[in-house]
Design a binder for this molecule. Structure first.
Ligand code: PMP
Length: 460
């Protein structure tokens, strides 16, 4: 520790409240302060190098030192650092980015609304669904269907859609009408003797039974991440998404794909809905949209959704919703340049090409004494740790072993993230074969050290 890191740590403890952090523990252990990034690496105040195996928060597709994004931001700052998009105002970066997103996303999604964050985007989706159904004269069609362990953000409405106890408990959520269905994760929730196809059929029956019990005329939308991310990286069972899409069509329920993590190549395809063969009515995008160099999120909707909303604004005078930063010119300019880089360097193709090496390489740890399941697609993976491989029983207290393993990985120079019982990896899309090999190696070292520690502590 040098003087600078000591004084920064003291100031951080004195004045900062960190998200998703045990604040009392933070007062004792202090922050890990990152000073710079280069490619897939970040460096702390002691100059120690880490592979950022989580791309920050599942987001820095192009790595941590992309000069073209710096230049795009600088140029936009010099020309027009800020302008808004309320009341018919527009500017070129916002216009071009909306146009680009309409071109990149599935053909039925033509209209775009910008927000600063994924949470704001999902709150906006809730309000759009409510507004649309009010406009269509069916004010009772307001409820949402979501899934346990789904992650959609933390604001009051998006946090209600999120299906994680820690996001509800003590926050008085859910605050909007939402029913959470079973997590589509066969390994954890499949019954003894049940096949994957039978599991899917059971989940689809649960969804249909719920729709019928609540009344289809009361359900506005179904929201889900094609591959679930922050709840523990869960890959859907075969046939799940086409089945959900068919139910939504049958009962006139809007289908919302939250691709805040999946979008722009994470799964080896441009979007998760393409990978799993369904057409959402609403697509939510963020994170890799700008590689998180600037806060940015977008909601893409169909002409049908747009039309119902637009007709009503013609009656009322305006859509009474929007953020000061909606379509921020610097964020939009950075996002546009970032998407160009993703295309020019074929980073989606890179994720597809490296999928086999990444996924197969990590699956060798299925045999590790601490690991229950290794799962993932494209360049996202989760290793779920268990106390008992046969019964799949988790360690107690919940999440403790994954947090410990993530800490050992960090010491080995690999930043991962522990989400509940699972160690998540989601490296920048610019990774090479050598990088992937190194990530797998460091993960192995982290797991081995965790096992040694657990043995010494008498936990295994
Ligand atoms: N949806 C998904 C699928 C996410 O993963 C996240 C963030 N991890 C969000 C929404 C919320 O985004 P934000 O943190 O930008 O509010």
């Amino acid at each position: 520790m040098n003087d600078l890191s000591n004084s920064l740590a003291a100031a951080d403890i004195a004045h900062s409240m960190h998200p998703y952090t045990n604040m009392r523990a933070h007062e004792q252990q202090g922050p890990m302060i990152i000073t710079r990034g280069s490619g897939i690496h970040v460096y702390d105040t002691n100059g120690k190098e880490y592979i950022e195996g989580m791309a920050g928060l599942w987001s820095v597709a192009v790595g941590f030192s992309e000069q073209r994004l710096v230049d795009a931001a600088t140029k936009q700052m010099q020309e027009l650092p800020y302008y808004h998009t309320f009341a018919h105002k527009a500017h070129e970066p916002q216009i071009r980015l909306a146009e680009k997103l309409a071109e990149m996303t599935p053909a039925n999604l033509t209209k775009c609304f910008f927000t600063n964050s994924g949470s704001e985007a999902n709150d906006t989706v809730v309000k759009m669904v409510w507004y649309m159904n009010n406009a269509l004269g069916r004010p009772e069609k307001k409820k949402f269907l979501a899934r346990n362990k789904g992650y959609h953000g933390i604001t009051v409405a998006s946090g209600s859609l999120t299906g994680l106890a820690g996001n509800h408990r003590d926050f008085d959520l859910p605050a909007i009408p939402v029913t959470h269905l079973t997590t589509p994760h066969f390994w954890r929730y499949g019954l003894d003797g049940e096949s994957e196809v039978e599991f899917t059929a059971r989940l689809l029956k649960e969804a249909e039974d719920t729709i019928l019990a609540e009344g289809p005329e009361t359900i506005g939308a179904f929201i889900g991440e094609p591959v679930m991310g922050a709840g523990g990286v869960m890959v859907p069972p075969e046939g799940y998404w086409p089945g959900i899409a068919a139910l939504c069509k049958k009962y006139d329920i809007l289908l919302v794909a939250d691709e805040v993590i999946n979008g722009f190549g994470r799964l080896g395809t441009a979007f998760g809905c393409e990978k799993y063969g369904f057409e959402p009515d609403i697509l939510v995008l963020s994170k890799q949209i700008s590689s998180s160099y600037m806060p940015l999120a977008a909601i893409m909707v169909t002409e049908e959704v747009y039309g119902a909303i637009a007709d009503n604004t013609a009656k009322l005078g305006s859509f009474g919703h929007g953020f000061t930063g909606s379509g921020h010119p610097v964020a939009a300019a950075v996002g546009l340049e970032n998407l160009k880089i993703i295309e020019e360097r074929d980073l989606i193709g890179n994720a597809a090409r490296l999928e086999e090496q990444f996924q197969t390489g990590l699956r060798q740890y299925s045999d590790h004494p601490l690991v229950g399941e290794v799962r993932g697609v494209g360049l996202i993976a989760g290793l779920e740790l268990v106390a008992d491989k046969a019964t799949r029983k988790s360690f107690e207290p919940a999440g403790m072993m994954a947090a410990k393993a993530s800490a050992f990985c960090t010491e080995e120079g690999l930043i991962s993230r522990s989400v509940y019982e699972t160690l998540a990896l989601c490296p920048p899309l610019i990774v090479t074969e050598d990088d992937v090999a190194e990530i797998i190696l460091r993960m192995g070292r982290g797991l081995d050290r965790t096992y040694e520690w657990a043995k010494a502590e008498g936990l295994v």
